[in-house]
Design a protein around this ligand. Structure first.
Ligand code: FE2
Ligand code: FE2
Length: 325
């Protein structure tokens, strides 16, 4: 055991029993002390690991250099599971959240780098396959929010819902849908550059200065993506404009619907809807999907693109197909 090695945590619920585990896995005994509990290239048996100690284990650890391999595997697995007809949609949504989680972990521990971006792109391909094969939001939704990381759940929710609205609006090109889903997944990455204490606060708890700092996150996110050098302008525009709204009362530019990027209009609406329906610092009591629609329309006065809103309404109001008998 090499104590000088740097280890990164992986939530145990991100791993899937019965899959081939590509890396050595460790348990942390105490600060700087790790013990190996699974070898690379063996079949993962989580029940065995969970029994290792009587206290419950939430995290396993991997060597920092191995992290890319384990996230690549989790993304690949999600891609495969989502294509399979014999896997329930609820399960597919869980795989998607697990795969996205590895992207967000990378942001936390390694930074917002090109590999994070490529991983996010691969997750987006899985998002598109998922929404093309499963159009019922209600079926997917409960299982998207399966992690205890609010920002992760929120981002996956916005990504999937944005893609669903795009499909409902009749977008045919895969490349457009992928940009939409990618912009949705990464829209709040600017928050990762702010103090973590700040983003855990609700907007009403923030001082004026803190709120001003918070409102820099669209700009910060766009700047990070621009710095990577290979991110399409459309994706950067989504990130930069996701807090604008149709009536020119958003931020940072206060632009109106006609000036907004067409994909940003969709993500701005999906962002608002998911913020109302998923638990988070600004939403201790989430609304149901129909309540959220009503709130956006009546209480907020629909400050979003009307076509996008109508499409969202159709997505939500689709009745689940019931099996006969
Ligand atoms: Fe945001
Ligand atoms: Fe957001």
């Amino acid at each position: 055991m090499d104590t000088a090695e740097v280890y990164m945590p992986i939530a145990i619920d991100e791993l899937v029993s019965g899959t081939l585990n590509p890396v050595d896995l460790f348990i942390r005994l105490s600060e700087g002390k790790f013990i190996q509990v699974a070898k690379a290239n063996t079949t993962l048996d989580l029940s065995q690991i969970k029994n290792y100690k009587t206290k419950s284990i939430e995290y396993l650890y991997v060597r920092k250099d191995d992290f890319s391999r384990i996230s690549a595997q989790s993304i690949q697995l999600a891609g495969m599971m989502i294509q399979r007809n014999d896997v329930a949609p609820e399960k597919k949504a869980t795989y998607l959240t697990k795969a996205s989680s590895s992207v967000f972990k990378r942001m936390d521990h390694i930074g917002l780098d090109l590999e994070m971006y490529h991983n996010a792109q691969q997750v987006t391909e899985a998002v598109i396959t998922l929404v093309e094969t499963q159009s019922q939001f209600a079926v997917l939704f409960g299982n998207l929010a399966s992690s205890n990381d609010h920002l992760l759940n929120h981002s996956v929710g916005v990504s999937v819902l944005s893609a669903m609205i795009g499909v409902e609006l009749g977008f045919q090109k895969k490349a457009t849908l992928e940009k939409l889903a990618l912009g949705g997944l990464l829209h709040d990455i600017g928050l990762k550059t702010l103090p973590s204490g700040l983003i855990k606060k609700s907007l009403i708890e923030m001082t004026n200065d803190e709120a001003q700092l918070y409102e820099t996150h669209p700009y910060r996110g766009a700047k990070v993506l621009l710095g990577l050098g290979s991110v399409p302008d459309d994706v950067i525009a989504i990130v930069y404009e996701h807090h604008e709204n149709a009536i020119g009362q958003g931020y940072p530019q206060r632009i109106r619907d006609v000036k907004m990027h067409p994909l940003a209009k969709i993500v701005a609406l999906a962002d608002q809807f998911i913020s109302l329906t998923l638990i988070g610092p600004n939403c201790p009591n989430p609304k149901s999907a129909r309540e959220a629609l009503l709130f956006i329309e009546s209480t907020l006065g629909l400050p979003f693109n009307k076509d996008a809103f109508r499409a969202l309404k159709r997505v939500i109001e689709k009745e689940p197909q019931r099996k006969a008998g």
